[in-house]
Design a protein around this ligand. Sequence first.
Ligand code: FAD
Length: 383
Amino acid sequence: MTNHFSTPEHEIFRKTVRDFAEKELLPHKEEWETAKTFPKSVFKRAGDLGLLGVCFPEEVGGSGCDYWYKVIFCEEILRCRMAGVAMDLEVQADISTPVIQYLGSDEQKELFVKPAIKGDKIGALGVTEPGCGSDVANIKTTARVEGDDYVINGSKMYITNGGRADFITLAVRTGGEGHKAISLVTFPTDTKGFSVGKTLVKMGNHSSNTTLLFFENCRIPRRFILGEENKGFLYIMMNFQGERLVAAINAVAGCQLSLDDAIRYTTEREAFGKRIIDMQVWQHKFAELQTKIEAARQLTYHAVDLFTRGEDAVQAISMAKLFACDLAQEVGYDCLQAHGGAGYMEEYDISRFVRDIRLLTIGGGASEVMKEIIAKRMRLGKK
Ligand SMILES: Cc1cc2nc3c(=O)[nH]c(=O)nc-3n(C[C@H](O)[C@H](O)[C@H](O)COP(=O)(O)OP(=O)(O)OC[C@H]3O[C@@H](n4cnc5c(N)ncnc54)[C@H](O)[C@@H]3O)c2cc1C
């Protein structure tokens, strides 16, 4: 409901994103969800509108805006009602490229960040593997040093944008065991030995591209390292903070859209001689959900506030992701229930929402992992 941080300029930007989502993306909902993909030109159009580099500095083609513009982007882009399209654009703008901007060389920014902001190149983040996701310290993909090159072998699983990425921000093992032997590199996908496995068939987020990737003796220059060798685990954890904030913002935005849909539907639908919205049980249910959504929103804004002020935001971000993503499951369940049989039909967005939001408590750090982080910060249990 309330964003105390918003200025008139922020609201002008909100209208730009909303128009893009509702006028240019939403009309293609059935087509792209059925096709289980959307055209590459969407990245280009988003780039032309300045939506892919909102918080990046102007010297790499960004708009140099504060993080609240990013929040607004994530809130409004979901109005296209395809979490898959929103996710692919967010992976491009918020998950695969910021770490290159912070840690990469001028060459890496030129090769990857600038074209990504324009929408000319597509980016992906490659951390998860067939054998491990939550336990990032256990990744097996190796990068062996040979002269001035890394030779990469291994595979990555569930990679968003993986099937059409031009570059991957890739986690690799550059030393022995454990988290102190992991590095992040920028990986151009035209490298010999790289291949894309089958496109994975998912429960939801159908318009999003998710693939398995293979690396077989892929040779890239060592100068494509991000930051320092063997510090990748730390960088991945830092990068997760932005990803988890995006997930929390998306969850809140999705909850609000679903509740608004349920209120609209029950206002029009009658049973037992009266509108469903006139039944007290639903008025109370919606009041309760709106209260929880507002709590999730303000917790998320609090996390954003700490994050943007450069304070330790890890606990607040973990709480926001945990609370907002868990809440989305409850909101989805109740709002579908309010639609009755209609809610079970593809024709109504709520059925897709319920499928799409299931990812939120898993991707980018499962709810249980969020609880582990929060418990650790609370110094619970054995030291
Ligand atoms: C559609 C989709 C898109 C994705 N996109 C990307 C991407 O672009 N790039 C990328 O790198 N990854 C991506 N992922 C991977 C995602 O981040 C992982 O699925 C997630 O981190 C969980 O890892 P996992 O699936 O291996 O689950 P596992 O690690 O095998 O965990 C399984 C379950 O065990 C429980 N669990 C795990 N750890 C703990 C713990 N410490 N305590 C208690 N319970 C625990 C949790 O309930 C968890 O859900 C994507 C996944 C999906 C489904």
